[in-house]
Design a protein around this ligand. Structure first.
Ligand SMILES: *[C@@H]1O[C@H](CO)[C@@H](O)[C@H](O)[C@H]1NC(C)=O
Ligand SMILES: *[C@@H]1O[C@H](CO)[C@@H](O)[C@H](O)[C@H]1NC(C)=O
Ligand SMILES: *[C@@H]1O[C@H](CO)[C@@H](O)[C@H](O)[C@H]1NC(C)=O
Ligand SMILES: *[C@@H]1O[C@H](CO)[C@@H](O)[C@H](O)[C@H]1NC(C)=O
Length: 398
C-alpha cells in the first residue's frame, strides 16, 4: 500500500469508526439510553412511573445526619449515591460503608452506593461542582432515572417518596427545576470579577479557596446567571452537562473554575445560554430555605417554630436542620409516616400493615404500588402553579 492509499484507508476507517460511535444515544433524551447495570428488582413487571437519582453529599461529622436522611429518603424506585468528602476521617467513611451494607433492603434492591474514590471538597470552590458532575456521570452510566437531585446531609424531605413520584408522574420529563436570574446585583462585581483558586483541585489536604489580587472583566461571550445551588435536573440536561455535544458545558466549566461559589451559577448560566435547553427551566428550586434579614452567609437553621411555614410552602425539601432537631421528629411522624429512627418512610412498598416495618417484601405485589397522600397533593399544587403556561413562560431565562 502506498502512502496515499494508506491515508485514504485511514480516513475511511476513522470516519466509519466515528460514525459508529457518534453519540446518537446521548442526543436522544432518556428513552434511547441503555443502563449498563440492571438492578435485579427491575425485572419485576410493575414499574414506578418516574424515578430519581440522588446525590447526597456529606463532610466530616455528618454521619448521623446522613443515616437519618438516607432512611427517610429511601425508596426502591430511586438511586442513591453518597459522597463523603475525602477530608472526613477514615472512620466516618467506614462507618457509612458498614451502615449501608448492613441494610438488607439496600442489598436486595442494590440502589444505594457510596463514591469509592471521593473528592476533596472546598467550600464555595469548584470542587463542589466537580463532585456534582462526577456523581451525575456515575449515575448516568449505571442506571435509568428521570431526574437528578442534589442534597446535603443537612437537608430533609417534606413528602414521602411515593408522594414525590406520584406528583412528578405527570411532569414532562425534560423540565429542569433551576432557580435562575440574570439580575446579579451585588454579585456582578463580588462574584463575576474576582478570581479564585481552589487548592482542592491539586492539593492533598483540605484548605480554603484563595483569592487572586487581579480581577477579570465580565464575560461577553455569554450572559451570566445566578440562582440557588439546589436543583432538580432532567436526565437529558444531565447528559448534556457531562457529555455535552456542543462545547458550552466545558467552556463554562473552565470559566467557573475560578469563580467564587460556582454551584450558584454554573447550571444557571449553562442552561440559559443553551438554545436547546433554555426553554426547559422551571424557575424554582423546590427547597424551603429561610434566610435572615438581611441575609447572612448561611441560611437559618430551621426549628419547630418554622414547622407550619415549612408545610405551607408545599415544597418537597427543606434545609438546613441540626442533628436530631425535634422538628425532624415531627416531620417524620406527621409528613413521612415514619415511626422510628430505623424505619423507612411510608409508601406502597412499605406500608403500615407491614408489622415489622422491615419492608422486605419487595418482590411481592407491593412493588410498583404507590400510596400517595397529602404530601402529593401539596406538591402537585405547587407544580401546577409553576407549570401553568403563563407562569412558566413568564419565568424563562431573560
Ligand atoms: C497533610 O495532612 C497529613 C495528615 O494530617 C500530614 O501528615 C501532612 O504533613 C499534610 N501535608 C501538608 C503538605 O500539609
Ligand atoms: C450540590 O450539593 C451540595 C451539598 O453539599 C452543595 O453544596 C452544592 O452547592 C450543590 N450544588 C452544586 C451545583 O454542586
Ligand atoms: C424558546 O422560546 C423562545 C421564546 O418563546 C422562542 O423564540 C425559541 O424558539 C424557543 N426555543 C426553542 C429551542 O424551542
Ligand atoms: C402563578 O404564580 C403565582 C405566584 O406563585 C400564583 O399566585 C398564581 O396562582 C400562578 N398562576 C397560575 C395560573 O397558577
Amino acid at each position: 500500500m502506498g502512502v496515499k492509499e494508506l491515508t485514504l484507508f485511514f480516513i475511511i476507517a476513522s470516519l466509519t469508526f466515528s460514525l459508529y460511535f457518534f453519540p446518537i444515544r446521548f442526543t436522544r433524551p432518556i428513552t434511547g439510553y441503555n443502563p449498563i447495570i440492571k438492578t435485579p428488582i427491575l425485572k419485576s413487571e410493575k414499574q414506578y412511573p418516574v424515578s430519581f437519582a440522588y446525590l447526597i453529599s456529606a463532610s466530616a461529622g455528618d454521619s448521623e445526619k446522613l443515616k437519618r436522611l438516607l432512611l427517610a429518603l429511601y425508596h426502591p424506585a430511586n438511586y442513591y449515591l453518597i459522597h463523603i468528602d475525602s477530608g472526613a476521617p477514615e472512620v466516618e467513611h467506614e462507618e457509612m460503608i458498614e451502615f449501608v451494607s448492613g441494610q438488607p433492603v439496600f442489598a436486595q434492591v442494590g440502589n444505594v452506593w457510596i463514591v469509592g474514590k471521593p473528592n476533596l471538597v472546598t467550600y464555595r470552590g469548584p470542587t463542589m461542582l466537580a463532585t456534582t458532575l462526577h456523581a451525575m456521570s456515575m449515575l448516568l452510566r449505571t442506571c435509568n432515572w428521570d431526574w437528578f437531585i442534589n442534597l446535603s446531609a443537612s437537608d430533609y424531605p417534606l413528602v414521602t417518596q411515593d408522594d414525590l413520584i406520584d406528583a412528578f408522574s405527570e411532569v414532562p420529563r425534560d423540565l429542569n427545576f433551576i432557580q435562575h436570574s440574570s439580575r446579579l446585583g451585588w454579585k456582578l462585581t463580588k462574584r463575576g470579577k474576582p478570581i479564585i483558586i481552589d487548592p482542592g483541585l491539586y492539593g492533598a489536604n483540605k484548605s480554603e479557596i484563595w483569592w487572586v489580587i487581579k480581577q477579570r472583566t465580565l464575560p461577553t461571550a455569554f450572559k451570566l446567571y445566578t440562582g440557588s445551588a439546589w436543583t432538580i435536573l432532567s436526565r437529558s440536561f444531565s447528559e448534556y452537562c457531562v457529555v455535552g455535544w456542543d462545547n458550552l458545558p466545558r467552556t463554562l466549566l473552565l470559566y467557573y473554575t475560578n469563580f467564587v461559589s460556582s454551584p450558584e451559577g454554573y447550571f444557571q448560566t449553562l442552561i440559559c445560554n443553551s438554545e436547546d435547553y433554555k426553554n426547559t427551566t422551571v424557575n424554582h428550586d423546590l427547597h424551603y430555605i429561610a434566610w435572615d434579614t438581611p441575609p447572612k452567609q448561611h441560611p437559618r437553621t430551621l426549628g419547630i417554630k418554622d414547622y407550619k411555614k415549612i408545610v405551607m410552602s408545599h415544597r418537597p425539601f427543606a434545609r438546613k436542620f441540626k442533628l436530631d432537631d425535634p422538628v425532624l421528629d415531627k416531620i417524620d411522624r406527621d409528613l413521612l409516616g415514619r415511626h422510628g429512627r430505623s424505619h423507612f418512610g411510608y409508601g406502597g412498598w412499605c406500608s403500615k400493615s407491614d408489622k415489622m416495618r422491615k419492608c422486605l417484601f419487595l418482590h411481592g405485589e407491593r412493588y410498583g404500588q404507590l400510596k400517595p397522600g397529602r404530601g402529593s397533593r401539596r406538591l402537585r399544587a405547587l407544580l401546577t402553579k409553576n407549570l401553568s403556561p403563563v407562569n412558566f413562560s413568564k419565568r424563562q431565562c431573560r
